[in-house]
Design a protein around this ligand. Structure first.
Ligand SMILES: Nc1ncnc2c1ncn2[C@@H]1O[C@H](COP(=O)(O)OP(=O)(O)OP(=O)(O)O)[C@@H](O)[C@H]1O
Length: 211
């Protein structure tokens, strides 16, 4: 679960204020669509929820812990253990295989490779990219990279999953594969938040927050 209370954010002093005191709880086991016109702050809200930015004012609470004023190291630790982030443009390390890219956040969070290998393969299978496990990012398509990025975000079974246009590069069938995988994560207890412009994605969500 992740809650924001009276949230406001400015990129710079005197610049446009975003969110107008937004208060909302993104509940466990639910998929929320974050919508609104281009530039309204969807990506920025995901960065705030992902502890990559700090609010100008207001509070962010992850699973009963107030997180917005924690020191950087503690925020990084929480991010690694509890948050999964799918960025708008999937950027994968060109030097790593697809399988190693998926496993890497688990190693960072303290898991052993052999304990996480099967889970990584299952995620690649669920997302239809298992045949690319030994390939490198330069050898896969943009849509495949997007699905690998989803697998990478899910490897630590995060309690909060933040996805910025995760289906932007995908056709209808693969959009459905990604949404099914995210829904399964919600079914297992995650709060899933998807920034999207796509009405067909919104229709698959349990609730909508329009900025
Ligand atoms: N690093 C930055 N520095 C200053 N302003 C920024 C920065 N990033 C975004 N902005 C501004 O903040 C506002 C919100 O941007 P954001 O990317 O969160 O919107 P969005 O709703 O995700 O847009 P889109 O749907 O086009 O992806 C915009 O006015 C944008 O120009």
């Amino acid at each position: 679960m992740i809650t924001v209370v009276d949230l406001r954010f400015n990129y710079r002093r005197g610049s446009e204020e975003l969110f107008d005191g937004l208060t909302h709880t993104f509940a466990t086991s639910s998929v929320t669509a974050l919508t609104g016109p281009s530039g309204c702050g969807k990506s920025t809200l995901l960065y705030l929820l992902g502890l990559m930015l700090q609010p100008t004012s207001g509070t962010i609470i992850v699973n009963d812990t107030r997180v917005d004023q924690l020191p950087d190291a503690r925020r990084a630790e929480l991010r690694a253990k509890h948050l999964g982030f799918v960025f708008q443009d999937a950027v994968l390390d060109p030097a790593r295989t697809i399988l190693d890219s998926v496993i890497e956040p688990a190693l960072y969070a303290g898991a052993r490779r052999r304990d996480i290998l099967e889970h990584a393969k299952e995620l690649l299978m669920a997302l239809g990219v298992e045949k690319r496990a030994d390939h490198r990012p330069g050898e896969i398509s943009g849509g495949q990279a997007q699905r690998v990025a989803v697998a990478r975000a899910l490897i630590n079974t995060p309690s909060v999953i933040l996805a910025d246009e995760p289906t932007g590069n995908l056709d209808r069938d693969n959009t459905s594969v990604v949404l099914t995988t995210l829904r399964r994560a919600a079914h297992l207890g995650a709060a899933v938040i998807i920034a999207t412009h796509d009405d067909s994605v919104v229709q698959h969500c349990d609730q909508q927050v329009a900025l």
